[in-house]
Structures are given as C-alpha cells and as structure tokens.
Design a protein around this ligand. Structure first.
Ligand code: BDR
Ligand code: CA
Length: 311
C-alpha cells in the first residue's frame, strides 16, 4: 500500500500527539494546521512545534483561530491534558517556528497545489476547516478523504453538555459548517474511542520497548492516564489515534454505518450534540460514515510502530 498523504488539523493535546507520531511513522504529512481546543492556541501551536522538533521533520505548522467562530467555548480540556496540553512537563521552547500563513489559508493553498491527493484528518475543533470552507466552498472537491474525530453518536458524550463530545462541543457552529459542506466523510466518535482502548499493562510494555518517541509520550500521557483512571475510563483511550488509524488505513474498519448527522446549535442541555438520523426519517443525504469498530490488533500495531517498538 502506498503511503497516505495527510493534511492534519489538530489541537495538541496528548492523543493528538500520539496521532501525529502515527502519521509520521506511516504516512507523509503535508502540514499541521493548529486549532485552539484542548488548551489555548499558544500552547497547541507550541506543542505542535515540540513534536516537529522531536521528530526532526520540516513539516510546516500553521497557527489557526484562537477562538470558536461564534460563541466563546464553555470549557477546555486542560484537566485531562494538563494546563499546557502536554502534561505540564515543562519542555524547553521549541526550535522550530510556525509559518506566517494562517491555518485556513494554508488548508486552501495546500489542497489547491495537490488537488485530490490529500487526506484531511481533523483531530480538534473544526474552526479552521469551517473558516476555510467559508472562504472557498470548493474545498471538499479537492481533498481525497476527510476523517473527523468528533461526536458521540448515541449521546454518550464527554462534556458538560452531556450528549456532546469535546471537539464538536467546543465549536458547534464550525462543526455545523463542516458537516453541511462535505458530502462524505468518516466520523470516528468518542463512543468508538471508548470501545478501542488499550490495557494499561500492554501499553506500558510498548512504552518500555520503544525509542525516544515512547519516552516522550510516556511523559506527556501521565496526567491523562491519571484523569482517566479517576473517571472510569479503562486503560489508555486515545480518540485521535483511533481516527488517525482510520485515516492511514481505511481497511482496518470492521463495522460502520453511513447516516445523516447534524449538529445541535441550541439546546438547553444538548448544544454541540451530534444528532444522527439512525432510522433515515428526515430524508437528508447520509454523509457520515460512522466508524463503529476497527481491527484492534492492527490498530495496536500502528501505535506500537509509531512509538518505536520494533518487536
Ligand atoms: C477529543 O477531544 C480532545 O480532548 C481530544 O484531543 C480528542 O480530539 C476527544 O473528545
Ligand atoms: Ca484533539
């Protein structure tokens, strides 16, 4: 299989970091466009640059919007990822620098330079992508695929608005723009994430067998593992890594359903929910290929190699 060609929109973030390690190990990365989300934009850009330094690559990093499109976000995810988004380890200032081009403009330019070639992987709030779509509605026609980590397709979300998942709940208007604009995309939701965690002992074994990437990830994942253990999340759960696995190799999907999915923009308790028309009652085009299960062993193999475990 030829290497996937990826354009990654992300808000690093611990599980974003694992996804980017996977992308680096298994694919070519045209660029990292950076969103605010897990923590503020200053931290997410810096974290992306820290990863670029770690990997010794020249992948360009583009800073995006510092806020959601319309309403201020009601929460971030610093409790899970640490105040700096990377477990509050205190990494030195990165050597790499962000490019001056805005993320939305970089998304448009890179897809114009390579029409039909790039798989767009969205691992954070969809603010940059929505802005790009408003500037150029032809964008969907220029990407090979879109894979989104977001949503909770039966309402088992992970935010204060209970049915909403974080990436969608952070910027529901942006998600609405994206979900309305693309005629087809893969959706990897929070509920699938919880079904595809890794046992702690197994993950520790991979970290011990890996190289400097594993040593780095072992540091930043500590806070998130503690948070998960205190919140009934079993083992290591990594939403963005699961989405990245689907982006890298769609054949790992063993069960999926294609349905119309819309975003709730109001709702006293439900703003940001992904509303799935499971029974096809509304007659709306079914645009979201909802990933329900993947081959866990193949997913694990991708993660292990990305951490440098060559056994
Ligand atoms: C998503 O929200 C973020 O905290 C993670 O990085 C992931 O993209 C999971 O709901
Ligand atoms: Ca993320």
């Amino acid at each position: 299989m030829s290497r996937a060609q990826l354009l990654i929109d992300t808000d690093p973030g611990v599980d974003d970091a694992l996804a980017i390690l996977m992308a680096h190990a298994h694919a070519d990365i045209a660029g990292l466009s950076i969103a605010a989300g897990n923590v503020g934009l200053g931290h997410t850009v810096r974290n992306a640059l820290t990863l670029v330094d770690l990997l010794g690559t020249s992948v360009p990093v583009f800073a995006g919007c510092a806020t959601p499109l319309v309403r201020a976000a009601s929460e971030d995810a610093a409790l899970v990822h640490g105040q700096d988004g990377f477990g509050d380890i205190g990494f030195p200032e990165p050597v790499s620098r962000a490019h001056h081009e805005a993320a939305a403009l970089a998304l448009l330019r890179l897809t114009r330079e390579r029409p039909g070639e790039l798989t767009l992987v969205a691992l954070g709030p969809l603010t940059n992508l929505a802005l790009a779509l408003r500037l150029d509605p032809d964008l969907p026609g220029r990407v090979a695929r879109l894979v989104i980590m977001g949503g909770a397709v039966t309402g088992h979300g992970n935010t204060g608005n209970v049915p909403a998942e974080f990436n969608i709940g952070f910027d529901p208007e942006a998600a609405h723009v994206v979900f309305e604009a693309f005629a087809a995309f893969d959706l990897v939701d929070w509920e699938a994430t919880l079904r595809h965690g890794f046992a702690d002992a197994q993950f520790d074994d991979w970290l011990a067998a890996g190289d400097q990437r594993a040593a780095f990830f072992a540091k930043i994942v500590g806070a998130a593992r503690r948070y998960n253990a205190e919140h009934d999340r079993v083992g290591v759960v990594a939403a963005d890594a699961l989405a990245m696995a689907v982006a890298l190799d769609p054949s790992i999907v063993t069960r999926s359903e294609t349905r119309a999915v819309a975003i709730e923009l109001d709702g006293r308790l439900t703003r940001g929910a992904t509303v799935v028309d499971w029974a096809g009652r509304l007659g709306r085009p079914a645009q979201a290929n909802i990933v329900l299960d993947v081959d866990q062993d193949r997913f694990a193999a991708m993660v292990r190699r990305a951490l440098g475990d060559a056994r």
